[in-house]
Write a protein that binds this ligand. Sequence first.
Ligand SMILES: [Zn+2]
Length: 80
Amino acid sequence: MKMCIACGMPMTAIADYPLHDMSKNYCKHCAHSDGTMKSFDEKWHEVTLKYANNHNIDYGVAKETAYTILKKLPAWKRRW
Ligand SMILES: [Zn+2]
């Protein structure tokens, strides 16, 4: 089973892949509508908002938490 390199989501079904392309290492949530991978800043923003909303925490705290989470993922480890 593959794991999305950009968000860590397990990709168990073909529907989890961008444009149903199983050669990709990232999931549909981390892809643009044309199938290319989103940038770190885009994911950072998304995860920050998700955290702030889901856990009802301060935006600044959510931003730091999101950064820590994303930094552990293979897609962002080296560059950032
Ligand atoms: Zn993903």
